[in-house]
Design a protein around this ligand. Sequence first.
Ligand code: HEC
Length: 395
Amino acid sequence: MDLAYLSEWANLIIRWAHVITGVAWIGASFYFIGLDNQLDPPADGDPRVRGEQWAVHGGGFYYKRKYQVAPPQLPEKLHWFKWEAYWTWITGFALFVLIYWGQASTYLIDPGVMDLSPGVAIGISAAMLVAGWVIYDLICRSKFGEDETKLSIAMVVLLVVAAFAACHVFSGRGAFLQVGAMTGTIMVANVAMVIIPGQRKMVEAMKAGREPDPKYGRWGKQRSVHNTYLTLPVLFLMLSPHYPMTWSGPWNWVVLLAIALAGALVRQWFVLRQVGRNPILLPAIATVVIVGLMVALRPAPAPSLAGVEVPAFAEVQAITASHCAQCHAAWPTFDGIAAAPKGVMLETPQQLRRWAAAMRQQVQTEAMPPGNLTEMTAEERAKLLAWIAAGARTE
Ligand code: HEC
């Protein structure tokens, strides 16, 4: 078995695990934010209790209470929520390394954006992952961190800088995943470096018979609120490789920020609904943003093909043979490609007919060939598109 084939399996298994652990983590995180927001005052009036909730799920009744700081004494067994987050990061990082570092010249680099060598691109990518967390954490711990408004503004500025920088260094697709990985890293580091250590200090204090310091609870809560607003934007970024229209244009960093904003607004709406409010303006703005993007990013109108003569099928086949079939073939010859990507083979007339619509999407947005590795010219693109527009005839 060759390496490229094994790496396909690694891709599948790690991605599967990543989605599973991500669902477990984000599910638990949404659950606890919802629980926190929907607590009722304690029925017994216990001043140490911040709130309680009765719930029914899966055929059982549950009774949950949240303490202001901590219960009078610690139970024998405490359930911690951390491995969901850690494993989401471990699998996510492994997948990022496998795809975006392992095949940097295909996925991370676009010489049209910046002509980087794989080593340099990987170095910048790694440095940005670390820097994102370090800068974010320093801002949270600084004076800014004490004022929620200032902190929110600082975080938005940080995201704008990250999106702008990534989109001016990496390929569009690579940049979106880079920003997604940076944000995901911040979210997991919030759990690993702030929330869990704080909880551990509180538990230690109680074991030593001391009153736990409530500041750890406050800090943990602040980071967990940040995580909740970042969730929807990160999930979009993780899915974005499927949607070249979002990252293939020159204003891709603005698109990234606009969709992130829409995601955060929708999350804010959900959170406010949990406390009994319903600011319908939030989803309305999100909808306007998404519809605005749909209009702004619509593909260039057909007239660009008006002057282009529909080529004979033989010419189409020559174009795909020299620009696509190195990878999209039963036996790919391109280094590192073991099987036709996404099962798309572009060799026989039947195959070219079958995939014509998908080819139009990929060729129009210039998502294919990736990073224009096979140096397809604008003229060749126009010919291929004209042939598809005229009905993809193979005789
Ligand atoms: C260097 C190898 C390579 C070349 C050359 C290449 N592709 Fe691809 N193609 C890929 C890979 C890798 C994917 C899968 C991308 C992904 O993982 O999202 C892909 C995916 C696709 C898809 C499916 C997209 C989807 O997400 O459903 C189509 C259609 C496609 N390519 C068309 C083309 C066309 C048309 C050409 C030539 C103009 C071409 N490709 C050239 C590597 C290549």
